[in-house]
Design a protein around this ligand. Sequence first.
Ligand code: ATP
Ligand code: MG
Length: 267
Amino acid sequence: MGKIIAVANQKGGVGKTTSCINLAASLVRLKQRVLVVDLDPQGNATMGSGVNKSTLNATINDVLLEAVKPEAALLKTTSAGYALFPANSQLTMAEVQLLARPAYESKLKKILAPLKTRYDFIFIDCPPSLNALTLNAMVAANSVLIPMQCEYYALEGLSALMVTMTQIQAKLNKTLAVEGVVRTMYDPRSLLVKDVTQQLQAHFGKLLYKTTIPRNIRIAEAPSFGLPILLHDGRSPGALAYLKLAKEVIKAQSVGQRRKRPVSAYA
Ligand code: ATP
Ligand code: MG
């Protein structure tokens, strides 16, 4: 049974999409069956997967609004070998329309339920806000993977995310867990890094991934080729880091270290 992981952080530009598509591609390399759900109207995960978001017949927008069946929007494979539910800017309108529907927060959960047996991992790339789309992701997900930069305001943003997760856990998804926190665009020379890392360790313990993702220009270039870093430059530090992170993600499943501790314990 596949695990559904929402990649979320309401702070913008922290590496959600980059982590989502590069983890997906790395897990494919490690023989996992992976689906990526682009749930951001920016459509960055779609473009970064080499799919032109403006020429699509159907997207996740249409599926959420029940205008088409999931199979009509599902791209069974991308250049990196994972499946993709693409998105584009129309998802903004879809979100507004969604709000008027009954049980709008459970739409994605229903869409993904029958697909769980087909994949080992399903990643949902969330937009940089805690809106109805992110809510759908967190209701559908088993866990939330949080990319973050080791910056001064990062921890503040993180506690807001934890409060949201606690509320969702109380009302809509009792078993929602933290999958892990990954430090992105990591620069060990930054004076703040040590301080922020210490605080993250205190809050998250084993849920803070040992692997850090370095700031690497090759990672930033890759989406313009519609490729994950692994296919753009497989020997770059960025590619090796995401591969290492993917191994850590797999290992965490078998060790079962994803703890049952309530999310509120991290808030
Ligand atoms: P948004 O909140 O807008 O959805 P995001 O959290 O998904 O953003 P990304 O789009 O993944 O963040 O990354 C933001 C920018 O930083 C992008 O231009 C991306 O290419 C770049 N970037 C991400 N990770 C790295 C890295 N490790 N090294 C260098 N550049 C990076
Ligand atoms: Mg993004």
